[in-house]
Design a protein around this ligand. Structure first.
Ligand code: SF4
Length: 297
């Protein structure tokens, strides 16, 4: 049965569709960590590179892309094959560092993920198997457990624990959810669609980074101040009304618009100029005459 959306929700949906239409995907991909993932063709390599790229996707995008490029150059053109030689892999990454993460963290992540690939055939098959038996959050937590357990038994030192968040805690798990978006959605200009046979895009949650969080609050999709797992669920539930089969399809365009716009989360004639969601933003609506104000969806 088709559900009629409230008028303001329809306006938000139209604005989001417009942001999607106006997004120059290939230009934006060229500035995004996913661009590195798209350079690989072997599915095992694609999965590993996507996991590495999403795991280090924190902070300034230019800086993180440089660190990612450095790591991938050290690992070599065939990361899955490289991960079959733990000592050589560790030697190749000596000295690598990005923010709080050091070479050992990355080595453990790659070895753990490669061990899961060997045991289950692919990371996609491993996650799909968990998803068949558990709810989304528990399936993701078990997937993370498997990668953590697959690293070398050096619990006294660093481990994949440093790069992979625990979905059972209350983090929004933005980087893990970004990894899933890349693997499950598409193939299109940004996402790779490698796991379509294992995971239904309808089950994805939106990766809540600072840009998505701000925009979601400004559009009335959430009122939560902290970027938690519940925040990701709430924003996704709001987006699901617009597209139940693919609720995170607005993520790439919206996130890149947020980056370009440097949303000030207040009415600012200069910074808000050209913002694709200005017509439905709370900060612009708040400054209209009372009779012109719209209810949030
Ligand atoms: S109109 Fe301004 S405050 Fe509102 S979402 Fe756009 S950039 Fe942010």
């Amino acid at each position: 049965m088709e559900v009629r959306l409230p008028a303001q929700a329809v306006r938000v949906q139209r604005a989001l569709e417009d942001v999607l239409l106006r997004c120059d995907v290939s230009a934006r991909v060229a500035t995004d960590p996913v661009e590195y993932v798209r350079r690989y063709s072997d599915p095992h390599d694609v999965e590993l590179v996507a996991l590495i790229a999403s795991s280090v996707a924190f902070g300034n995008v230019k800086a993180l892309r440089a660190k990612l490029a450095d790591a991938l150059e050290r690992v070599g053109p065939a990361p899955a094959r490289a991960a079959d030689d733990a000592r050589k892999l560790a030697r190749s990454l000596v000295g690598w560092k990005h923010r709080v993460w050091v070479a050992d963290d990355l080595v453990q992540l790659i070895l753990g993920a490669r061990a899961v690939q060997r045991a289950r055939g692919s990371l996609g098959a491993a996650f799909g198997r968990e998803l068949a038996e558990h709810d989304f959050r528990e399936a993701l937590a078990r997937f993370v457990d498997a990668i953590r357990a697959g690293g070398l038994a050096r619990v006294d030192r660093r481990s994949a624990r440093h790069l992979l968040p625990d979905p059972r805690a209350n983090s929004s798990c933005k980087r893990l959810l970004l990894f899933l978006r890349w693997m499950v959605r598409g193939p299109n200009g940004a996402d790779l669609g490698l796991w379509r046979e294992h995971v239904d895009p309808a089950r994805l949650l939106i990766p809540v980074d600072v840009h998505i969080h701000k925009l979601a609050k400004n559009l009335g999709l959430t009122d939560r101040n902290a970027a938690t797992w519940q925040t990701a669920e709430e924003i996704t539930a709001a987006l699901r009304r617009f597209d139940p089969a693919d609720p995170v399809r607005f993520d790439f365009a919206l996130c890149h618009m947020g980056m370009a716009q440097r949303c000030p989360s207040k009415r600012d004639a200069v910074r808000c100029e050209g913002c694709g969601v200005q017509s439905v933003c709370r900060h612009w609506q708040a400054s209209r005459r009372p009779t012109e104000r719209r209810r949030t969806p």
